[in-house]
Design a binder for this molecule. Structure first.
Ligand code: HH2
Length: 264
């Protein structure tokens, strides 16, 4: 899954693709690098990011979805049902909601159920504005697992087909470095829920804290390490900015005989 951020303030590439034509061109480039899904987002969820109105978010993402429609499998990264609906109508077939449908439970579920779109439910502790203020868990993996199971059961009870649901532990969404590492180490426990697991570590700040690399775009080495590890623990979808490099790394990892993959 290649990231297409149509935002002025994303932590890793804010402002680079705010122009719709530039965003579409970037999406096509990521497809050329081997992405099989493009995730289009118009609201940054980085810690402390400013909220965006529905009108502004739509104005950012819709021309990009329209420009890429029919050329790729498209995911809409939004917490707003109005944005998700317009994006699905314009050609998106995956609703990626970092709030896991908690902001608009029935509207989001109804949209997914009636459209047949896939859904990605993400764990987040708190809100984007405050989530990195001293997050605390007794056992991060079992708490994230219980949350994802509860959200999965909820959307299924609202009529969403279980086989259309993808689960995501939400790396960096209300987690310390230690929490993120624990989730990666024990990702197979989330894979055991029985749904595909999506993992998003790309360029995130915990990698910078571990390596001392402050420029997000220079965090490719650590991004690759975490995606390879997630693959071996059974993750199925890898949300990244640098598609070509991560795809090569995963292709080689997958080719190594001896079953380096558990779970899934
Ligand atoms: N991470 C980000 C945004 N959306 N969606 C899923 N499913 N999983 C993630 O880990 C995830 C996500 C944050 O990364 P990015 O889009 O690069 O930054 P920003 O939120 O600042 O736009």
């Amino acid at each position: 899954m290649g990231v297409v951020n149509v935002t002025p303030d994303s932590f890793s590439d804010g402002g680079a693709f705010l122009d719709p034509d530039a965003a579409v061109a970037h999406g096509l480039e990521l497809l050329g690098e081997g992405a099989s899904i493009l995730d289009v987002g118009g609201e940054s969820t980085r810690p402390g990011a400013a909220a965006v109105s529905e009108e502004d978010e739509l104005a950012r993402v819709l021309p990009v979805i329209e420009g890429l429609s029919g050329r790729a499998k498209l995911s809409i990264d939004t917490m707003k049902p109005g944005v998700a609906r317009a994006a699905v109508q314009a050609g998106a077939s995956l609703i990626n909601d970092v709030a896991a449908f908690r902001k608009a439970p029935t509207e989001m579920s109804a949209l997914a159920a009636e459209s047949g779109a896939e859904v990605c439910l993400v764990h987040m502790l708190g809100e984007p504005g405050t989530m990195q203020r001293d997050p605390h868990y007794e056992d991060v993996v079992s708490e994230v697992k219980a949350f994802l199971e509860e959200r999965l059961a909820f959307v299924v009870s609202e009529g969403v087909a279980e086989e259309r649901v993808i689960l995501d532990p939400g790396i960096g969404f209300g987690k310390t470095v230690a929490h993120n590492l624990e989730l990666l180490a024990r990702l197979d426990e989330l894979v055991a829920i029985g749904r595909p697991v999506l993992i998003g570590t790309s360029r995130k700040s915990f990698l910078g804290k571990l390596t001392g690399v402050s420029d997000p775009a220079a965090r490719l080495g650590s991004t690759i390490a975490t995606n390879v590890l997630a693959y071996t623990r059974g993750a199925s979808i890898f949300r990244v900015h640098d598609v070509a490099a991560v795809r090569d790394a995963l292709t080689v990892t997958a080719a190594i005989p001896g079953g380096c993959r558990s779970g899934a």
